[in-house]
Design a protein around this ligand. Structure first.
Ligand code: UD1
Ligand code: CA
Length: 455
């Protein structure tokens, strides 16, 4: 049977106190809704419907390219009403899975088994909570068979003492949903059309209702305010850290790492505290990353070291390299094997050849450095004339002395030599020395200016 997923995301999330709709708030760098959509997509549904209301335009725009069916729920009349709005677009032969845009961590396996249970009747995902306040409680008969969900506000004190709750997530044959949803009333404390009421209606029609308990409570944790979001973030980060460590990575502290994307580590990779990995990051065997580094969309080759406080974005670092401390590699930086970039060095669209060193206080932009070259402290490529960017090419074995200003476009040939303190505006050929600075004058017997005042 085909699967269709309906994601409820019409809520305002007013407790987030944000300009942005709740489902666009980020968890591990991705909007809450994206987590749900990615998990849903893994089940290969024929369609995903998203019910939107508050901030609908922003949500649509954020996910415009995913081929979703958007369903407007302009009035929030309850979860049953929300699902009903999507039903006209659902194939009656399908199984429907209802998910929530603000419950981001539900697991694929959990949903697979729920779907399988829902072949002939509704299947509800439940959880046992120490503090069930606010949730709908699961009522069971003397035989332990499910009989109803009663909302917190509608529950009696005895019912409120029950700890098994409705997670909200359910699966059901579409034909049954289409039949039962219009029968749901709103005669309750909130005056809402409750989705779980279809379960009681099903039982009344001799349709069996199944329930399944959730594996991990994190899976059904919703986000209502910034604190809950942060708690979920830490819990997810700890899970990711554990997975990395099970795969062999050494984290100085699994509670002090943030992975916002995909981090792949080879063997014997070590990561010190407070590092943030964004997008796709690959660390090859033996890489070590010092404390307080940020790596975004980077690859670092075997046995390279990224030292403390370095920021790498869109960079490719070869094997046996050293980066930092306090280095900034900007997009388009390519370091060949055994190259070194030291403290307070910024690079952008720059290739640094095998074994070359850029050790201190330097800016290289739109620059190509050959092999075994040395770029002295304080070297600056003047790659921008205010209108256009220009390239600098520095040959193999070249030596650029400290505090050189290289005005691009510029070429320095193999083994070219630039004297310290030079401003270089013309090309330097191979094996040439370029000196571009005022000549030193020494004035013997010079007296310092004296004071004008007497005595
Ligand atoms: C709902 C369940 C409750 C369950 C709890 C789990 C109902 C009636 N109650 O309660 O049994 O324990 O979830 O968290 O289903 N939404 C819409 N449109 C609406 C109403 C809600 O899209 O008209 C969306 C909300 O954005 C939210 C979700 O549905 O993501 C749940 O709605 P909410 O009002 O928070 O339900 P609860 O009262 O928490
Ligand atoms: Ca409610």
């Amino acid at each position: 049977m085909a699967l269709e997923v309906i994601v409820l995301a019409a809520g305002q999330g007013s407790r987030m106190r944000s300009r942005f709709p709740k489902v666009l708030q980020k968890l591990a760098g991705r909007p809450l809704l994206q987590h749900v959509l990615d998990t849903a997509a893994a089940l290969a549904p024929s369609r995903i419907h998203v019910v939107v209301g508050h901030g609908a335009d922003a949500v649509r725009e954020a996910f415009a390219d995913r081929g979703l069916n958007w369903v407007d729920q302009s009035e929030r009349l309850g979860t049953g009403h929300a699902v009903l709005q999507a039903m006209p677009a659902v194939d009656t032969a399908a199984t429907v899975l209802v998910l929530y845009g603000d419950v981001p961590l539900v697991a694929e396996d959990t949903l697979r088994s729920l779907r399988a249970m829902a072949a002939s009747g509704p299947a509800l995902l439940t959880a046992s909570l120490d503090n069930p306040a606010g949730y709908g409680r699961i009522l069971r008969d003397a035989n332990g068979q499910f009989s109803a969900v009663v909302e917190d506000r509608d529950a009696s004190p005895e019912q409120r003492a029950l700890r098994e709750v409705n997670t909200g997530i359910l699966a059901a044959p579409a034909a049954q949903l289409a039949q039962l949803l219009p029968l749901v009333g709103n005669d309750n404390q909130q005056g809402e059309y409750y989705l779980p009421d279809i379960l009681t209606l099903a039982l009344e029609r001799n349709i069996a209702v199944h329930t399944a308990g959730v594996g991990h409570l994190l899976e059904v944790q919703g986000v209502n305010d910034p604190f809950q979001l942060a708690q979920l973030e830490r819990a997810l980060q700890l899970q990711q850290a554990e997975a990395l460590m099970q795969a062999g990575a050494r984290l100085a502290d699994p509670a002090r790492i943030d992975v916002r994307g995909a981090l792949r580590c080879g063997r014997d990779v070590s990561i010190d505290v407070n590092c943030v990995f964004i997008g796709e990051v690959e660390l090859a065997d033996g890489v070590s990353v010092g404390p307080n580094c940020v790596l975004e969309d980077c690859r670092v080759g075997a046995d390279s070291q990224v030292l403390a406080m370095s920021h790498l974005e869109g960079a490719e670092v070869g094997a046996g390299c050293s980066v930092g401390p306090f280095a900034r590699l900007r997009p388009g930086t390519r370091m060949a094997d055994s190259a070194r970039v030291g403290n307070f060095v910024e690079t952008k669209k720059t290739r640094i050849g095998t074994g070359s060193k850029v050790n201190h206080l330097t800016y290289l932009g739109d620059c190509d450095v050959g092999e075994e070259a040395n770029i002295g402290a304080g070297t600056i490529t003047c790659n921008y004339d205010g209108v256009n960017k220009h390239p600098t090419r520095i040959g193999d074995g070249a030596f650029v002395g400290s505090n050189a200003t290289l005005v691009a476009p510029l070429e320095i040939g193999d083994n070219g030599f630039v004297a310290a303190g030079s401003t270089i505006t013309r090309n330097v050929s191979s094996d040439e020395l370029a000196v571009g600075r005022g000549k030193q004058r020494n004035i013997p017997g010079w007296k310092r200016p004296g004071s004008d005042k007497e005595g």
